[in-house]
Design a protein around this ligand. Structure first.
Ligand code: SAM
Length: 294
């Protein structure tokens, strides 16, 4: 039996049995491995880090897409940076939007995902509303003229090609691409192992957005089983609308999500104190909180 061992943390790792190796290679930007695992189905790994599995990716993709889109309530034009597997795109297209632009650095990730992980994108790349650009998201946001209602940063972690997507300047550029009432959502790592990443994202977004709120998604195959996301907009309240409003907005999607519900939306923002970044929490974390973080 062969095993894949994730190489994200120096003092902690997770391993997956490799039933079948489907692809192993290097693109212009990163190492790519796709294999079958008995528990999680097909697994996509970039530069030694698990990106998604067939079994639990819906939790992540539903939470990074439906939280900002239902907080906004009437998005027409959506931008996704990264997300080359198409999972976020598939969820975004469940909404009555006019256009979804996906800007993915690595075209080979799109090709390999379409070939080996077709259920993740579920035909989203062929939707007439989809516009795919293969380029660096920072370059696109810096030079594009288009305005968006929702921007989703579905990137790898802040190392390698993804690093430029975590800067204050990039968030400011995203802010300038958003229409009034616009909302952004950012993948922000595993809060238990990367509390500094979560705090950094919150602080850097606060430079451009008045309302910044972290929320959580339980994804078993992300180290620690919990992924932090951060959404930002004009006010904190706008990011977590009242239950009645969310239910009305969610009605057209009823039955088309497996994890997201309006109640899950509201609950996801209730962070255990140990996950609340000190810069945002009412009660600053006890001294030394971040000293234990990576
Ligand atoms: N769900 C995954 C997660 O939470 O870690 C992310 C999935 S997706 C595969 C991440 C994508 O971000 C990769 O395909 C990678 O090529 C893309 N990416 C990294 N840096 C980028 C950049 N500067 N511009 C556009 N896409 C980028």
């Amino acid at each position: 039996m062969k095993w894949f061992q994730e190489k994200l943390y120096k003092d902690y790792t997770q391993m997956f049995s490799v039933e079948t190796l489907l692809h192993l290679g290097r693109t212009m930007y990163q190492d790519v491995m796709i294999f079958e695992n008995a528990v999680f189905g097909k697994v996509l790994v970039l530069d030694g880090v698990v990106q998604l599995t067939e079994r639990d990716n819906h939790v992540y993709h539903e939470m990074i897409a439906h939280v900002p889109l239902l907080a906004h309530g009437s998005a027409r034009n959506v931008l996704i940076i990264g997300g080359g597997d198409g999972g976020t795109l598939k969820e975004v297209l469940k909404h009555p939007i006019e256009r979804a632009t996906l800007v993915e650095l690595d075209g080979e990730v799109i090709g390999l995902s379409r070939r080996y992980l077709p259920t993740v994108s579920g035909g989203a790349f062929d939707d007439p509303r989809t516009n795919v650009l293969v380029m660096d998201g920072t370059q696109y946001v810096a030079h594009a003229k288009e305005q968006f209602d929702v921007i989703i940063i579905d990137s790898t972690d802040p190392t390698g090609p993804g690093e430029s997507l975590f800067t204050e300047a990039f968030y400011a550029a995203c802010r300038s691409r958003l229409r009034s009432g616009g909302v952004i959502a950012v993948q922000s790592g595993a809060p238990f192992f990367q509390p500094r990443e979560l705090q950094m994202v919150c602080e850097r977004l606060s430079g451009s957005f008045a309302g910044v709120r972290p929320y959580l998604a339980p994804v078993p195959t992300y180290a620690g089983g919990m992924l932090a996301l951060v959404t930002a907009g004009e006010t904190c309240d706008a990011l977590r609308p009242p239950r009645k409003v969310l239910r009305e907005r969610f009605a057209p999607l009823q039955g088309r999500t497996r994890y997201y519900t309006p109640e899950v939306h509201l609950a996801a923002f209730t962070l255990a104190p140990s996950f609340e970044p000190p810069s945002l929490g009412e009660d600053p974390m006890p001294a030394g909180y971040l000293k234990t973080g990576s």
